[in-house]
Design a protein around this ligand. Structure first.
Ligand code: NI
Length: 169
């Protein structure tokens, strides 16, 4: 239940280079997919249901997608605008317990996702090969990402949490 679509496997550079279009598509389509599932979860009164025992509620999962992808979007933009930036981790568990998660309608995060993913997919769709190969260092994991392997990570991450929402439905 924790990994409904399987654990993420960081692709090698050759693989990531062939899947850039797929990553853009997944990132571009995520907001509409989540919005559709959110509507059904709300209709069936399942927004306060955890996707597994001790796990986040579907409401927290939806707000977490906005939290995580705001960080992700900034990381992509920094890689495109700075020379090998260091990307800092954030405490996702604590972010998921603050009032902007527990006391804010999910519509707020659905709107964030809609606007931000449109910008994110748009900028990725215009990247040159050289831009896709730009890098950044993630200080939390010690991993050096290329823009395309970072996009792979979040392409997976969105579908990973969509899997959690589908589990509850
Ligand atoms: Ni996550």
């Amino acid at each position: 239940m924790r990994y409904p679509i399987g654990k993420f496997v960081l692709p090698d550079h050759a693989t990531a280079a062939t899947k850039r279009t797929e990553y853009i598509k997944n990132i571009g389509e995520l907001p509409a997919v989540v919005a559709g599932l959110a509507e059904e979860l709300k209709r069936r009164d399942l927004l306060d249901t955890p996707y597994r025992e001790g796990g986040w509620t579907t409401r927290q999962v939806i707000h977490h997608l906005a939290d995580s992808h705001m960080n992700a979007y900034v990381r992509h933009k920094r890689i495109l605008s700075e020379d090998h930036p260091t990307m800092r981790p954030y405490d996702e568990a604590r972010w998921a317990e603050m009032a902007d998660v527990t006391a804010t309608p999910i519509a707020a995060s659905l709107e964030i996702l809609r606007g931000m993913h449109l910008r994110w997919a748009t900028v990725l769709a215009t990247c040159s090969n050289a831009e896709w190969e730009r890098t950044g260092y993630h200080s939390g994991s010690g991993i050096t990402y290329r823009l395309d392997t970072l996009a792979a990570t979040y392409s997976w991450h969105g579908l990973h949490h969509v899997g959690h929402l589908r589990l509850v439905l």
